[in-house]
Design a protein around this ligand. Sequence first.
Ligand code: CA
Length: 319
Amino acid sequence: MASTKMILDLDTGIDDALALALAVCDPRVDLIGVIASYGNTLVETSAQNTLNLLHLLGATDVPVYLGESHSSTTENFNVMPISKSIHGDNGIANLLLKPATRTIEQTSGIQFLIDMAHKYQDALVYVPTGPLTNMSKALEIDPKIANLIGNTTLMGGALTVPGNVTPFTEANINQDPEAADHVFTTQENLTMVGLDVTLRTLLTKNETQQWRDLGTQAGITYADLMDFYIDAYDQLNIDHHGAALHDPLAVAVAIDPSYVVTIPLNMHVTFDETTKDYGRTIGDKARLLEPTTTKIAVSVNSQRFVRDFMDFMVAVLKD
Ligand code: CA
C-alpha cells in the first residue's frame, strides 16, 4: 500500500508532464492531487494540460486545483518567450491532447494544500516544480503548515552551479524570488533539488524511442513531448547530449532521498531587484548558527535514477 500522500504543484510544462507520470505510476506514492501554477504556461493552461495528461495516463481519479495566476509582487503574468521555445506555446510541445472529461476543482489549490497539511501531516509530501508562489501564499494564510507537512521537495535554485536565467538565478526561483525567500526561511523539512543535480540527469532520443516503440497513445505522446524538449535543448545550446530531467528528479528524491547527496544549510533568496544577484539561492547568513531546516542536493546517482525512471515510465506508458 502506498503510504506517501503526495501533492504535486506543477506549471505543466514538458518536464512537469514527466514528473506527473512518475508520480502516477510509482506504487509507493498515493497522488492525492495536483495544484496548478503559472510558469511554463498560464495557470489555466497548466491545469488543463495536467487534466489531459492524467486522462491520457488513465489516472482520472486525481483532482486538479488552480493555484495563483501570477507572482506575489506582480499584477499579472505573461509567459516568457524562452519558456515557449523550450515547452511549446501551450506548454506541451504544441500537441493537442484529447480533452479530459474531469474538470478543474472548485476549491483553490492554496486551500487544498492547507487542508491536506492538517489532515495528513507527516505522511504528506509536497513537490512544487514551478514558482513557489502557491506555497508562500499558503504559509501566509496558515503559518502552522510550516511544520505540519512531512517533507517539501522542490525543483528550483542553484547553489554550486550557475543559474539558467542569470549567472545567479534559476528559472523557477526567478518567477517569484520573494515567495521563494518566504518558503526557504519559513518552511521546515525542505529539500532543494536544483540545477546542481538536475543538469546531471539527461534523457536522450535513445530512451524516448523506447517509449515510441511501445506503440501506445501514451508512449507516442510522451516521446513526442520529450523529443520537442530535447530538440529545444539542442537548438538553444543548453545541452547537445540530451535534456535534463529537472522535475521528475524532484519527485524521485521525494520518494527516495538516497538518489542524491545533500548538505544541511539554511538558505534564503535575494530579491532586491537593484542587485545583480537578484533571485539567488544562497546560505542565509542570519541563520548560519540556527538548526538547519533545509537540505540541498549537491550530487546525484544519475545512472541509477535514469534507469529507475525509464523502468517506471515504460510500465506506465505500455498500456
Ligand atoms: Ca516545472
